[in-house]
Design a protein around this ligand. Structure first.
Ligand code: MOS
Length: 719
């Protein structure tokens, strides 16, 4: 039978996607489905005094309007989801009349058609008692309420120090020291598919949801808690998610509002965000200000690294963007201090966006390293090798596997780094534009979460495996099918992987780049369990399909089922520091108008075993393109008087398109991590973005001699 692991197989769900037969959350046709549109706060801070609904109620097609007056009094979200540092909304909707940002949800119009619902919303007249909002990080009133969060998502230490940072900085002569500030703007997740919830009460105490979520089991818990139902009375079916970019993994008010609206009108209700609502209704990446003080000795070795981050959060949550986490250990350095400060502003609650913390944090760190190398007249790649961390100096543990030196060497070789002229503006391109070469390190944690799977082997030797995981575009259907085919020696055609249903066995939120290690382990475990059962029945595992059918026919069971659960190996996790690594080299051309084109991107990644190089490469392309958008284009721009987002659309919030894509040369070391479970694969969903903005910014410096420390690097900053 076919070998499946390591093959560049096409997506098993590709056909469904390109033909439009893959069903996304907004595409489930239900009988008598009606449409909802959100009523939102027009002000950034204050109180809603009255909500005049008369005109809206009289508008064509309107069935009812859900507000605090007639809506449910939701109990608080489950306590484990709202600890300080946890992502997602902390407050249930319709709790009181306080307004904390423009766009906060205050009600829902339900109408026969989407147009009717949206038109009626335009007729709602909210009266508000407005207060002066806090809208900038440096507002003294906001500064006064700044906090120093302890942990990120309950695990990562946000305030850490080792060694004598102040002394090392004071000791370093000026030419060996650098103090700079890097800033990144608010950024918003803009996957093609907007958030969408379709809620259908199939009985007074039975709720079916189609929701654009990558956290089915968690959302089931959130919704069951909100409506005080047993878990199993809430079913979420979501076989495809149209991209997440870090969103869709946490609790937000629209899911509960859609379910409450459906209960109010006793009809199935669909609530889909407009593109503008993607900017104010369910998370964003916080603005960051990152202050650095670094020093090195005359041997080029870092002697001190101080990385202070300030980010914003809404007034009603405690989620910090953890920019300093990789600074704790990416380089060897005896004196390191990392801190995070949180300032509460009147903007919507931020949450993780692809590579939370790493994306802005490693951008800044990898630019600072480039700046210091330049200042010391050391090649930036050589500088990184000089400061190579042989172990994780923060956790004081050996790496589970780190072959970053090989990534640097192979990447440099493929890219032609040796031909780089060190001085900025020294490599003009034939077309008269300035050519620049830059590089950066990529790093991302390699995690695993508990996960379970169920397997059914039918009489005709078709294997179905189920787990409540998700397909957000990363290729879950394909890689999980590959793993099962590999484990049992079946061909891919005989394996059917099912996901996206809360009735399936437990799987984690599809985040943190841990899906493959988590759900993949469960798939391998359930296959082993199934194999054991067949061997018990048949004496051995048949080595072809005919033999398998035969064995099944001889058994007196219509089908054979197995269940299994996989958990991280606690001892291994204690012993080692688990991370993936990569080295990215880019070429940019900058024309006389300050327009930047990224022409080449060469990356070599150490991410453990590669299950499917076609999908793996696609993940890295996506990550780098995401990083390109972050480097050159993406910025959510609030009006600093009102707190409204002025570019809440894809015409003015720029993201990369086909014409922006560089020529890629992406390679993997493809060495299994001996301490990761089973096949030794680490996650690849997020590492692609990490390092990309810095490599581009460093290349722009090399091209132009201008060091832009404020993202995005738009033409106005270069001319
Ligand atoms: Mo990523 S935003 O940690 O899924």
């Amino acid at each position: 039978m076919n070998p499946t692991i390591g093959q560049p197989l096409k997506r098993v769900d590709g056909w469904l996607k390109v033909t439009g037969s893959a069903r996304y959350a907004a595409e489930f046709a239900l009988p008598k489905l009606v449409h909802a549109a959100l009523i939102q706060s027009p002000i950034a801070k204050g109180r809603l005094t009255t909500l005049d609904l008369a005109a809206a109620k009289a508008a064509p097609g309107v069935i009812d309007i859900l507000t605090r007056a007639n809506g449910p009094h939701f109990p608080p979200y489950p306590a484990d989801l709202t600890k300080p540092g946890s992502p997602g909304e902390n407050r249930v909707p319709l709790q009181d009349d306080e307004l904390h940002w423009v766009g906060q949800h205050v009600g829902v119009v339900i109408a026969e058609s989407l147009d009717d619902a949206r038109y009626a919303v335009s007729l709602v007249r909210p009266d508000c008692a407005a207060a002066a909002p806090l809208l900038t990080l440096d507002d003294p009133a906001a500064q006064k309420n700044a906090t120093m969060p302890e942990k990120w998502v309950g695990t990562e230490e946000l305030q850490v120090a080792r060694g004598e940072v102040a002394a090392a900085l004071a000791f370093a002569p000026n030419e060996y020291r650098l103090e700079v500030i890097y800033t990144t703007p608010i950024e918003n997740h803009n996957p093609i598919e907007a958030y969408s919830t379709t809620a259908h009460w199939t009985a007074p105490d039975q709720l079916l949801l189609h929701d654009a979520t990558r956290g089915i089991k968690q959302l089931q818990k959130v919704v069951a808690n909100a409506f005080q139902l047993p878990l199993e009375n809430v079913r979420i079916v979501s076989p495809f998610v149209g991209g997440a970019f870090g969103s869709k993994g946490f609790q937000w008010s629209h899911t509960l509002l859609a379910a409450a609206a459906a209960r109010l009108v006793r009809r199935a209700v669909k609530l889909t965000f407009t593109r503008a609502q993607m900017f104010d209704s369910a998370g964003q990446r916080a603005e960051t200000v990152q202050q650095f003080a670094v020093a090195a000795g005359n041997d080029g070795k870092l002697t001190a690294l101080h990385h202070q981050t300030t980010t914003h959060c809404s007034p009603v949550a405690e989620y910090p963007e953890p920019c300093g986490n990789m600074s704790r250990m990416l380089y060897a350095c005896p004196a390191v201090e990392v801190s995070h400060r949180l300032v509460h502003l009147n903007y919507t609650t931020p949450c993780p966006m692809r590579a939370p913390g790493e994306a802005p944090g490693v951008f800044a760190l990898e630019c600072v390293v480039d700046e210091l190398a330049h200042q010391l007249r050391i090649d930036p790649l050589q500088f990184r090798l000089t400061n190579y961390a042989e172990e994780d100096e923060f956790e004081k543990k050996p790496w589970s596997g780190k072959r970053l030196r090989e990534c640097y060497a192979r990447g440099a070789e493929k890219f032609g780094w040796a031909k780089r002229q060190p001085a900025p503006r020294s490599m003009p391109a034939p077309d008269g534009s300035l050519l620049g070469w830059g590089m950066a390190t990529a790093i991302y944690p390699a995690k695993q979460q508990p996960a379970a799977a169920h397997a059914i082997l039918s009489a005709d030797a078709l294997l179905t495996i189920r787990s409540a995981t998700h397909e957000i575009g990363t290729g879950t259907y394909t890689t999980m099918s590959q793993l099962a085919a590999h484990a049992l020696g079946l061909s891919l055609e005989n394996v059917h992987f099912e996901l996206g249903d809360s009735q399936f066995p437990q799987a984690p939120v599809n985040g943190g780049s841990w899906l493959t290690a988590s759900v993949g382990s469960a798939v391998l475990a359930v296959c082993a369990e199934l194999k054991k059962k067949v061997v018990e029945l048949a004496g051995s595992w048949p080595n072809d399909i005919a033999g398998l059918k035969d064995a099944l026919a001889r058994s007196d069971q219509p089908q054979i089922e197995a269940g299994a659960k996989a958990e991280p190996d606690k001892e291994e996790r204690e012993k080692f520091s688990f991370h993936s690594f990569g080295a990215l080299f880019v070429e940019v051309r900058v024309d006389s108008l300050g327009q930047v084109r990224v022409t080449r991107a060469t990356g070599v990644y150490d991410v453990g075993r590669i299950l499917n190089p076609r999908l793996a490469r696609s993940q890295i392309y996506g990550g780098i393109i995401f990083g390109l958008g972050m480097a050159l284009m993406e910025a959510t721009i609030p009006d600093l008087q009102t707190g409204r987002i002025v570019n809440a659309n894809l015409a003015e919030y720029h993201v990369p398109v086909c014409a922006d894509i560089p020529e890629f040369d992406i390679d993997f070391l493809d060495e299994p991590d001996p301490h990761m479970p089973d096949l030794g694969a680490r996650g690849i969903g997020e590492i692609g973005i990490v390092g990309a903005p810095a490599a581009i910014a460093n290349a722009i410096f090399h091209a132009t001699g201008k060091r832009v420390r404020d993202l995005p690097i738009t033409p106005d900053k270069l001319i």
